[in-house]
Design a protein around this ligand. Structure first.
Ligand code: AMP
Length: 123
């Protein structure tokens, strides 16, 4: 997945518009967080910026300092709200083809709820 312009019909854009529902955890002026529909850990949340950013690269280059701070603070808030701060959790963002990014709206995964195993799966 590598593209130049933001696709306003991507699934997370549609969630942000309220066109389709999500299992919401948290929302503020910068971010929306919801449970992943196909969880890869006992707890698997997604935190997305409200602005139209395709990926980690796009977000880091084009988002304002307030948007970047807002998203990272939202990640911390969600982890605390889900009770993950003490036992621990993992955050991850896929960018582009090699990482297997599926949805072209920047998102941070939060995994937790039990031991998560090695950082990367290697066959
Ligand atoms: P990535 O591969 O990093 O782009 O991750 C995309 C994630 O979005 C996957 O973990 C999907 O399970 C998740 N996902 C796709 N559609 C939805 C949806 N409608 N609601 C919640 N999570 C979704």
């Amino acid at each position: 997945m590598t593209q130049d312009s933001y696709d306003p019909e991507n699934i997370f854009a549609r969630i942000l518009r309220g066109d389709i529902p999500c299992d919401k955890i948290y929302e503020d002026e910068y971010a929306l967080a919801f449970h992943d529909v196909n969880p890869q850990a006992p707890t698997h949340a997604l935190v997305i910026p409200k602005g139209q950013y395709i990926s980690a690269q796009d977000f880091s280059a084009a988002a304002s300092d307030a948007e970047i701070a807002g998203l990272i603070r939202a990640v911390g808030h969600v982890a605390r709200e889900l009770g993950l701060a003490d036992p621990g959790f993992r955050i991850l963002a896929n960018h582009g083809t090699d990482a297997g990014q599926e949805v072209p709206h920047f998102h941070i995964h939060i995994f937790g709820g039990g031991p998560l195993g090695p950082m990367l799966l290697t066959d």
